[in-house]
Design a protein around this ligand. Sequence first.
Ligand SMILES: Cc1cc2nc3c(=O)[nH]c(=O)nc-3n(C[C@H](O)[C@H](O)[C@H](O)COP(=O)(O)O)c2cc1C
Length: 215
Amino acid sequence: MDKDLGNYRKAYSKEQLLEANITDNPMELFQKWFYEVDTNFEVEETNAMTLSTIGLDGYPKSRVVLLKRYTYEGFIFYTNYNSEKGKAIEKNPNVCLSFFWHSAERQIIIKGKAEKIAENLSDGYFESRPRGSQLGAIVSKQSDVIPNRKYLEIKLSKLEESYKDKEILRPEFWGGYIVKPVEIEFWQGRPNRLHDRIRFLLQEDYNWKIDRLSP
Ligand SMILES: Cc1cc2nc3c(=O)[nH]c(=O)nc-3n(C[C@H](O)[C@H](O)[C@H](O)COP(=O)(O)O)c2cc1C
């Protein structure tokens, strides 16, 4: 097969990212962009982000997860700690997160270190989830090979039966990670491929060094 996609070409012209409009702290710029994208542009699941880890096999692997909270400290998502990504993070906590908000012509790339959040925070979030999602988290040994779909459905209906009228507690293999950023790059598409790229690098004194990168 040989399909030429050379004619797929889009011009970017909606917004700009100038030094005059950035904040000293990248989390504040993240908050501003997130809010703008969420309110001014048609984006479904603004909080969907790509998480890349370095696997036990030495290959990078990326997959989408949902950002559930962010603070000055970092970006929080929830998952199964025994999943492929969980095992990868255990071995190498250096990860990359990225957002691509197509309709805003914006990309954000975050390098950082992932660590498990406090158990009581994971408990709190687990409690807030609908029962179906709580049971789903318990049923799924995420990333394991399973014989077929029926296997999961039977497991779920057995669990539903055994948890009838009972509180569902968070299993210890499921919880949140916070990715604490060391580098955040904001990319804004501009005409003629002269895109704006502003990179924040965390310094030893915890200040952020700000540079403009060539597109
Ligand atoms: C839009 C979207 C949101 C997702 N959100 C999550 C999430 O928040 N947590 C999660 O563990 N998996 C989420 N997934 C599934 C992951 O992409 C992935 O399939 C799963 O976590 C297993 O990854 P792993 O085997 O590499 O560990 C999401 C997938 C999509 C497409």
